[in-house]
Design a protein around this ligand. Structure first.
Ligand code: ADP
Length: 165
């Protein structure tokens, strides 16, 4: 890549909901790249707890003070097409332990087949976030457990509102 080009990275995911692991990957991407586009996947076949609009809103509000370099969009369809649509050629994904590796390697190979110009970069999860996933957060919250060490405070509140006790 030409060093003088502005580097726009895309951080895609379901973000249902935003976790401390996601926040860490987004913050670290902001340290490395000129700007970051978070792509919230609107996957009709996946049953989500929060609507795509709610998920986009959580991320926008959480990173309100970074909005000059961070934008959040909802997308459906092929990731490589979304990446191109925001003038990027870089995907950043987080890697937890070894469990994510097979799936992530397969996705990056498929994306390269679809568009050889789109590169995927991996950031390893911080140790303290290694066990955190949106699905674990939802499972614990649904059972009435404390998720305050896994998600930002506003998400704790949103989960409480969404899941009546
Ligand atoms: P997807 O359904 O596409 O995996 P997720 O919302 O689960 O979307 O994750 C979005 C991105 O954040 C992925 O790259 C995922 O590997 C990464 N990620 C999720 N949880 C963590 C975590 N605890 N630490 C680091 N990265 C994470």
């Amino acid at each position: 890549m030409n060093g003088s080009r502005i580097k726009v990275a895309v951080v895609p995911g379901s973000f249902d909901p935003l976790t401390n692991g996601h926040v860490d990957i987004i913050e670290r991407s902001l340290e490395i790249f000129d700007s970051v586009v978070v792509g919230v996947l609107d996957n009709a076949s996946k049953q989500a707890l929060f609507s795509p609009e709610e998920r986009v809103d959580f991320i926008r509000k959480h990173f309100e003070d970074k909005k000059d370099r961070l934008t959040v969009h909802c997308f459906s369809g092929l990731l490589v097409e979304f990446v191109r649509s925001v003038n990027s050629a870089l995907v950043v994904r987080g890697l937890r332990a070894i469990s994510d590796f097979d799936y992530e390697a397969q996705m990056s190979l498929i994306n390269r087949k679809l568009d050889a110009g789109v590169e995927t970069i991996f950031l390893t999860a911080r140790e303290e976030h290694n066990y955190v996933s949106s699905s674990i957060v939802k499972q614990v919250a649904l059972l009435g457990g404390d998720v305050s060490n896994m998600v930002p405070p506003e998400i704790v509140t949103a989960l409480r509102d969404k899941i009546p006790v």
